[in-house]
Write a protein that binds this ligand. Structure first.
Ligand code: TPP
Ligand code: MG
Length: 580
């Protein structure tokens, strides 16, 4: 059926693609579209305070459902504000359609008021970024954009001048059937056979899992059981693979712990499953390496491969497992499992043991109590910074909980906006934003969005009054901390002034009850936990150089008269530094 305007047709196509919300901030070039949304009962306009929030929220929706989500910004600065959130969504492979409304089409190229070139600007953070220059062009270009976002996993951007959005739609628009889900990808027989031969020929096989193992938990476990392999994971694989996993040897990478590093270095065949783990310094270079990935372009870009297998993890393992001989020797697996449990005993747990009386409150204690008190199907959104470390080490995945962060793009301020997207998807599900004080204040305006929409998000603020992770980086590099202090207000009072529930926690014994109360509260809540700024966390393998840097930094702080601070820090961290 013909639609009245291009904007109405645009909204109609989004609805047919399964989009339920359009996050954004209004602006004149966007008005025809926003008005069309107002008149369409199937699409909700979500009014946020900063367009970056809109993009992060849409990205979170898409990561949680695997389906298309959408956001919009008005011309020039309005859509420019989307960019960081779009980079995050794109790099997380989240299917997001962004509408960048544009200046009047007759003015493009004249340095008009608010003029930018969004089709060029967004090229780097999208699979597809096109300008609509005529009403006839819109339906096919929008559908192509949607297929790029869904099919390739990531962002598509449509730049639409306001006058064209308001234009009458052509009488007969083409209404293509839309593909909204990805197919299964099965590797070729030759690759499966080659992989089976490598597995049969190996004595010690280790699996290392990323987010590509989503939905393939059973297949990974069945394969690990058949070949008696330890299973390590990267941060993005944790929520999909660590639960119900008798082969778990923990996490590798900068925030890692356990025996994943050893299992990957002491095997003779390492199989990377659905991971684009970026730190090749943590990957071995003297063992046979196979990588399985649904994206051919990811194969081999982190380490030299002996075999590249293009396929879904689940499909690949379903084909592979029956073809390999069952191994009976568990010695390597058992040795790694023992190392893993020793490492956990020694490092991770030790930290929380006597911290229930420690003031300021130790952040690892907060994370461990949060893990116990949060719902079994909670969605955690995790700010970039030390919250990443606490989430990686203390949140217990169970296959129903979800944990999302800015794990590939590494942007601050992601947690609150992602929590907004997660809570819109399901208002009854518990959504916890693990926010840093730096991250929270960066997009704090959107705390008001929680109140405006009565979204029951629980913000747990790890308030160490500092840009803590950078302070740690400076120390490791041998620099004294500089530019890292935040002078913060009482955030609980701020939350209350905004109309939400707010409580400030300064003593560890108040923490559990405060979290319980916040979780019971029906609306938005903020728990401002005053945490120890001197809590450090070090990766499982720290190089001599890094230790050197750490020692050097300690020296500099001491020489600058910061002894008190160092003593405090040493007390806070003595138990956390992994010993050789
Ligand atoms: C947008 C952005 N700016 C700067 C950085 C660099 N950076 C990474 S973590 C961090 C500090 C985060 O501070 P906070 O949110 O308070 O968390 P904390 O580490 O103190 O727990 C900074 C500045 C970044 N990753 N993203
Ligand atoms: Mg901080």
């Amino acid at each position: 059926m013909a639609k009245n305007t291009v904007a109405e047709q645009f909204v109609d196509i989004l609805v047919r693609a399964g989009v339920r919300r359009l996050y954004g901030v209004v602006g004149d070039s966007l008005n025809p579209v926003v008005d069309a949304v107002r008149r369409n009962r199937s699409l909700e306009w979500v009014h946020v305070r900063h367009e970056e929030t809109a993009a992060f929220a849409a990205g979170a929706e898409a990561q949680l459902t695997g389906r298309l989500a959408a956001c919009a910004g008005s011309c020039g600065p309005g859509n420019l504000h989307l960019i960081n959130g779009l980079f995050d969504a794109h790099r997380s492979m989240a299917p997001v359609l962004a509408l960048a409304s544009h200046i009047p089409s007759s003015e493009i190229g004249t340095s008009y008021f608010q003029e930018t070139h969004p089709d060029r600007l967004f090229a780097e953070c999208s699979h597809y970024s096109e300008l609509i220059s005529s009403a006839q062009q819109m339906p096919r270009v929008l559908q192509t954009a949607i297929q790029h976002a869904v099919g390739r996993g990531g962002v598509s951007v449509i730049s639409l001048p306001g006058d064209i959005a308001a234009h009458p739609a052509p009488q007969r628009s083409i209404e293509h059937a839309l593909v909204t889900r990805r197919p299964a990808v099965r590797p070729g027989d030759a690759e499966i056979d080659a992989l089976a031969r490598l597995v049969d020929g190996a004595r010690r096989v280790t699996l290392f899992c990323g987010s590509g193992t989503a939905g393939a938990h059973d297949e990974v476990m069945a394969f690990a059981e058949r070949v008696k392999s330890p299973v390590g994971h990267a941060l993005r694989g944790k929520e999909f693979i660590q639960f119900d996993n008798p082969y778990d040897v923990g996490m590798s990478g900068l925030l890692g712990y356990g025996a994943a590093y050893e299992a990957m270095h002491e095997c003779d065949l390492l199989i990377l499953l659905g991971t684009d783990f970026p730190y090749n310094a943590f990957l071995p270079d003297d063992v046979t390496i196979v990588q399985v990935d649904v994206r051919a372009e990811h194969l081999g870009r982190r380490s030299t491969l002996d075999l590249a297998v293009w396929g879904d993890v689940g499909e690949t393992l379903r084909c592979l497992t029956p073809k390999v001989r069952e191994k009976s020797d568990r010695r390597f697996l058992d040795r790694m499992l023992k190392k893993h449990s020793d490492a956990l005993e020694g490092v991770v747990k030790a930290y929380t043991r006597k911290v229930d009386r420690h003031v300021p409150i130790h952040p690892e204690y907060v994370a461990s109590v949060l893990d116990e008190e949060a719902a079994d199907d909670a969605v955690f959104t995790v700010d970039t910074g030390m919250c990443n470390v606490w989430a990686a080490r203390y949140l217990t995945p169970n296959g129903r909980r979800r944990v999302i962060g800015s794990f590939t793009h590494g942007s601050m301020a992601n947690a609150l906006p992602q929590a907004i997207g997660a809570q819109f998807l399901d208002r009854r599900r518990q959504v916890v934003s693990m926010s840093g004080d730096g991250g929270f204040t960066m997009l704090m305006g959107d705390f008001l969005t929680l109140v405006q929409y009565d979204l029951p998000v629980k913000v747990v603020l790890f308030n160490n009054s500092s840009l803590g992770m950078v302070e740690l980086e400076m120390m490791v590099e041998g620099l004294p901390a500089y530019g890292t202090t935040n002078h913060n207000p009482d955030f609980a009072a701020v939350a209350r002034a905004a109309g939400a529930y707010g409580v400030r926690v300064e003593k560890p014994k108040e923490l559990r009850a405060a979290l319980k109360d916040a979780f019971r509260h029906k609306g938005p809540a903020l728990v401002d936990v005053v945490t120890d700024p001197h809590a450090l966390s070090l990766p499982p393998k720290i190089t001599g150089e890094q230790i050197g840097g750490f020692a050097l930094s300690v020296g500099k702080v001491v020489l600058d008269g910061g002894v008190g601070k160092m003593v405090q820090m040493a007390r806070a961290n003595l138990r956390n530094v992994p010993r050789p």
